[in-house]
Design a protein around this ligand. Structure first.
Ligand code: SAM
Ligand code: SF4
Length: 328
C-alpha cells in the first residue's frame, strides 16, 4: 500500500487524459491558452503503463479528468482497459469528471466499459450565463449529455464552482433541478490557480457563506453520507436529494487526503494546491523498468506535503498552473 510521510494511505489517482478542452471556463483557463506540445503528452499506452504501476503499488480508484477527458482521441480505448481492471477486481472504481459536451455520444459506451459514476460540471441552468462562463459553451448540448448519461444508468453528481453573483442567482434552481433528477449537487469553492487570478479575486465567495444562504431557504440536514473525496454532504428535506460542499479554505480535509495526480504529460503532482511535481515521463521514455518507476512514484509521494497553499495566511506559493493541468 502507498503511504505518505504523514501516514496517509494513498489509494486514489486522478489522471488527466489531456490538457485541451472545448470550453474556456473563466475560473479555469485563459481565453487564449497555450497547450502542451503534443510530443510531450503521454500516449494512451504510456498512460496505461503508468496506471499499471500505481495499481501495483496500491491505487484502487482512478478518476479520469483533464482538460476535457472525453476530448482525448480514442479515450474509450484506455477507459475500456481500466473498466476491465474493475471487472477483474483489481480496481474498485473508475470514474470521470467531464464538462458533459461529449456525453450524448459516449454515455452508453462508458456504462458498457464499467463506468458507474460521472461528475459533470455545471454552474448554472441559465443558457446565457452558461455561455459567458464557459466562453461559448452550449447549455442544451450539456443537458443532452446529462440526459444520455442518466438514461445509460450512470450515477451523476453535478459540480458547481461557487462564484458570488452567478451562484447567488443560480443555486436555488440547481438545488431544485438536481433534486428532481436524482443527482447529487456539489458546490466547490473557487481555488486561486493559474497566473491570472483576477476572476478568483473578484468572484470569490466562501462556501460557508453560500451554505448559510441556502440554509435560509432549504431545510438542510446533516447526514453521515461520504464519498471518498473531501465533500461534506447534507440532505435537502424539500427535494429528497443531497447537496455537498467542498471548502479548501481551511485545511479541513488535508489530513485525510488519499490522492495523487498525474498530468497528461506524465508529471506526478502530490498535492493539487502546491507547485511541487515529479517527472515520470522522461524515465518512462528512457526505458525505466517497473522497479525504477515504482521507486520514482514512492519518491514523488514522499514529497506530498501536509497541506495545500490555498488558505488565507498561506506560507507557501500558490500553484502557477491552471486547474486544467491536473483536473481538480
Ligand atoms: N473538463 C472537466 C470538467 O470541467 O468537469 C474536467 C476538468 S475540470 C478542471 C475539473 C473540475 O475542476 C471541474 O468541476 C471544474 O469546475 C473545477 N475547477 C476548474 N477550475 C477551478 C477553480 N479555479 N477552482 C475550483 N474548481 C475549479
Ligand atoms: Fe474545460 Fe473543465 Fe476547465 Fe471548464 S473547468 S475549461 S470544462 S477543463
Amino acid at each position: 500500500m502507498l503511504i505518505d510521510s504523514f501516514k496517509r494511505p494513498i489509494d486514489t489517482l486522478r489522471l488527466s487524459l489531456t490538457d485541451r478542452c472545448d470550453f474556456r471556463c473563466v475560473y479555469c483557463m485563459a481565453e487564449r491558452m497555450c497547450f502542451e506540445p503534443r510530443e510531450q503528452v503521454l500516449s494512451l499506452e504510456e498512460m496505461e503503463r503508468l496506471c499499471g504501476v500505481f495499481l501495483r503499488l496500491g491505487v484502487r480508484k482512478i478518476r479520469l479528468t483533464g482538460g476535457e477527458p472525453l476530448m482525448r482521441r480514442n479515450a474509450m480505448r484506455l477507459i475500456r482497459v481500466l473498466g476491465q481492471w474493475v471487472n477483474e477486481g483489481l480496481l474498485t472504481e473508475v470514474t470521470l469528471t467531464t464538462n458533459g459536451t461529449q456525453l450524448a455520444k459516449v454515455a452508453a459506451d462508458l456504462a458498457e466499459a464499467g463506468i458507474r459514476r460521472v461528475n459533470v460540471s455545471l454552474d448554472t441552468l441559465d443558457a446565457e450565463r452558461f455561455a459567458m462562463l464557459t466562453r461559448g459553451g452550449s447549455l442544451p448540448q450539456v443537458l443532452d449529455g446529462i440526459a444520455a448519461a442518466r438514461a445509460a444508468g450512470l450515477r451523476l453528481r453535478i459540480n458547481c464552482v461557487v462564484m458570488r453573483d452567478v451562484t447567488s442567482a443560480s443555486a436555488d434552481q440547481l438545488v431544485k433541478w438536481c433534486g428532481s433528477q436524482g443527482f447529487d449537487l456539489c458546490f466547490i469553492e473557487m481555488m486561486p490557480m493559474g497566473q491570472d487570478s483576477t476572476v478568483h479575486a473578484d468572484a470569490f465567495m466562501p462556501v460557508s457563506e453560500l451554505r448559510l444562504a441556502l440554509n435560509k431557504r432549504w431545510s438542510l440536514i446533516e447526514i453521515p453520507y461520504r464519498t471518498t473525496g473531501p465533500a461534506t454532504y447534507l440532505a435537502v428535506a424539500e427535494t429528497g436529494g443531497r447537496i455537498a460542499f467542498i471548502s479548501p479554505q481551511g485545511h479541513g480535509f488535508c489530513h485525510e487526503c488519499n490522492r495523487i495526480r498525474l498530468s497528461c504529460t506524465g508529471m506526478l503532482y502530490p498535492c493539487l494546491g502546491r507547485e511541487l511535481s515529479h517527472d515520470l515521463r522522461t524515465p518512462l521514455r528512457q526505458g525505466a523498468t517497473d522497479a525504477e518507476l515504482d521507486r520514482l512514484v514512492f519518491a514523488g509521494i514522499a514529497q506530498k506535503p501536509a497541506h495545500h497553499a490555498f488558505s488565507a495566511g498561506r506560507s507557501h506559493a500558490l500553484p502557477l498552473r491552471t486547474m486544467s493541468v491536473t483536473g481538480g
